[in-house]
Design a protein around this ligand. Structure first.
Ligand code: COI
Length: 355
């Protein structure tokens, strides 16, 4: 791919990496942009100064939400190498999302090449303090100016970079989760398995409700029977019950998380029995009541591994592991982040060095 480079004439001051970076509030000096048109396909690849973009108010994305995105991170190792974690999985999921939303697919190599190019260009922005990384946000949206529902004939693909700390204000400490029984996130045949902005727009009402009640996130139940556990707002979720790990299967309504897949592989290699199955909320709450729900944790790129300390379902409360981070949860966090930061041997070949 031929990438035009336009250097920013003014660079921003970088934050103190050991300060609290928060999540997604600071952006680097440059961004990646590329266009797609029906006539030319992908064209105009650029790394250019981070700046507002000019759009026609009739751009289809603003009316019918043809938009997809990804999330991955870059890490700087102690010896100064820059690593991406399984970027080809994000590339594959992006293609699946785009196919479902009738948007152009980008081949895997092109996606990874664009990510690596802009990360390499901005590598001085990768924070080095413990628990920090450079969050990478690739996204694509419909730019044809028209009123009328149809696949756009033009799109823009962009990549933004943001140095981040922990996603939740709790850091790596247990979060409280509200089990949502009024709103639904996804049903079979819908877009639950994709990473599209619309899924998140529809989730905000539940998120606001949960926050008002003092909860960090919602746990979604299936959209048909409101009975089976699916995922948490911004992460997949796993439960350790009777020493087995249970998580929802990726059969159309759950986001196929890169962290989810990595954790399932680690657990299997450590000899844990893993069940990808429909887990009824009643079964989960009963296990909590009987003390058999030993640990619970979310998995996600932004959230990494996030222990769950409390579940509230219709006012019934289950506190998990005395609201402390479980032993297995901690071991998974340490192993995963150790591989990502280059401190633990990557026997899986998950990391990819950017040069
Ligand atoms: C991620 O984990 O990368 C996400 O995209 C979740 C959230 C920030 C929407």
């Amino acid at each position: 791919m031929n990438i035009e480079i336009i250097e920013a004439s003014q660079k921003k001051e970088k934050p103190d990496w050991s300060s609290d970076l928060g999540f997604g509030k600071i952006f680097t000096d440059h961004m990646f942009t590329m266009d797609w048109t029906a006539e030319q396909g992908w064209c105009n690849a650029k790394i250019e100064p981070y700046a507002p973009i000019c759009m026609d108010p009739a751009s289809l994305v603003l009316h019918y939400a043809q938009e997809t995105f990804e999330g991955l991170k870059a890490y700087k190792t102690k010896d100064g190498r820059v690593l991406l974690f399984r970027p080809e999985m994000n590339a594959r999921r992006f293609a699946n999302s785009n196919r479902r939303l009738c948007m152009p697919e980008m081949d895997e190599e092109m996606f990874v090449e664009a990510v690596a190019a802009v990360v390499n260009y901005e590598k001085d922005w990768i924070p080095t303090a413990e628990g920090t990384s450079l969050y990478i946000r690739p996204f694509m949206f419909a730019t044809e100016a028209a009123v009328g529902v149809h696949p756009s004939n033009a799109y823009k693909f962009m990549i933004l970079l943001s140095p981040v700390g922990a996603y939740y204000p709790e850091g790596v400490n247990p979060v409280k989760i509200y089990v949502e029984d009024e709103y639904v996130r996804a049903t079979k045949g819908g877009t639950g398995f994709t990473k599209c902005g619309g899924n998140y727009a529809a989730s905000i009402a539940a998120q606001v409700k949960a926050e008002k009640l003092g909860y960090t996130q919602v746990l979604w139940l299936d959209g048909v029977e409101r009975k089976y556990v699916e995922e948490v707002g911004t992460m997949n979720v796993m439960f350790k019950i009777d020493n087995k790990i249970v998580t929802a299967p990726c059969d159309g309504t759950v986001l196929p998380g890169v962290t989810r897949d990595s954790i399932l592989q680690l657990l299997t290699s450590w000899g844990y029995e893993v069940e990808e199955r429909h887990l009824a909320i009643d079964e989960l709450m009963q296990a909590g009541k009987e003390g058999r729900l030993e640990e619970a944790f979310g998995t996600g790129t932004a959230a990494v591994i996030s222990p769950v300390g409390e579940l509230n379902f219709k006012g019934e409360i289950t506190v998990i592991n005395d609201f402390k981070t479980g032993e297995l949860t901690q071991k998974l966090y340490d192993t995963l982040t150790g591989i990502q930061w280059g401190d633990v041997a990557d026997t899986y070949g998950w990391t990819r060095e950017v040069k």
